[in-house]
Design a protein around this ligand. Structure first.
Ligand code: MF3
Ligand code: CO
Ligand code: CO
Length: 264
């Protein structure tokens, strides 16, 4: 296994990439509304990343992925491909997943958006999924085991009668988009690798309203729930610091003050 510890110079580049990825999610919010196609959202994000940020959209041509962002609507769990025929309608929930490369380093983050007014169930799923991410963030510090992170996510999801997707996980990230370690969103406390200061990785729980089972569509990318019930996901890229966590993709629209006290 390659070294998982980033140098201070690499961490600086990760900070920049993370901030740019977060900025894309802030920028796109006002465009998410009924009547807009997911390809419209892709084009707006692509142009912003390339022309405003001077950065590279990492998904484009990544292992053959044809677009610059992932757009996953309702029962799509992840890796939804933007499409001009997929028009957002009132009541939809959509995950927009943005990864940018700046100066050779990646920032990877996603959030859920409401289109008009989704159902009470959809709203609860989205909220619980964000809480799963936040409970995991609160554990990050040197000495934390990866199983601790998976466990807190699984407990909170299942405690709310939702389920955790198993086939897709968080990942180490840096100059490489997806590197070791794998960050599972389920597990047992006190098991798995131990976090060390200088590690950068994503946490990106995918939580389903029904069963955890997934199906890959024939396009080779789009992952949907087997039962076609709703799914939600939130993702941050984080740094494990000497004292806790630095959320490299933090946005001004979220309150991460619960992390202060052990965050750097
Ligand atoms: N951004 C996704 C992740 O969180 C990966 C997307 S790969 C793509 O890891 F090719 F589908 F874009
Ligand atoms: Co990721
Ligand atoms: Co992502």
């Amino acid at each position: 296994m390659t070294t998982l510890i980033k140098s201070p110079a690499e961490i600086d580049k990760m900070r920049t990439a993370g901030r740019l990825a977060a900025d894309v999610l802030m920028m796109i919010g006002e465009h998410v509304r009924p009547g807009v196609s997911t390809d419209d959202l892709n084009r707006i994000c692509h142009d912003y990343i390339v022309n405003v940020q001077g950065a590279i959209p990492a998904p484009l041509n990544y292992r053959g992925f044809p677009k610059s962002i992932c757009t996953s609507v309702n029962h799509v769990i992840c890796h939804g491909i933007p499409n001009e025929k997929k028009i957002l309608k009132d009541g939809d929930i959509i995950n927009i997943d943005v990864t940018v490369i700046k100066d050779g380093y990646h920032g990877d983050t996603s959030k859920m958006f409401f289109v008009g007014q989704p159902s009470v169930l959809a709203q609860r799923l989205v909220k619980v999924t964000q809480e799963c991410l936040y409970k995991a963030l609160a554990l990050v510090r040197p000495g934390c085991r990866l199983g601790d992170i998976g466990h807190v996510i699984q407990q909170h999801a299942q405690g709310n009668r939702f389920s955790v997707v198993r086939e897709y996980c968080g990942h180490g990230i840096g100059a490489v988009f997806h590197e070791d370690p794998q960050i599972l969103h389920y597990g047992q406390p006190g098991t798995g690798d131990t976090l060390k200061a200088g590690m950068t990785f994503t946490i990106e729980p995918m939580i389903n309203a029904g069963t955890h089972h997934t199906k890959l569509l024939p396009d080779g990318w789009t992952v949907v729930t087997k039962d076609h019930k709703l799914s939600a996901q939130w993702e941050h890229t984080v740094l494990c610091t000497e004292t806790g966590i630095e959320v490299l993709t933090a946005r001004p629209d979220e309150d991460l003050s619960f992390l202060t006290g052990h965050a750097s």
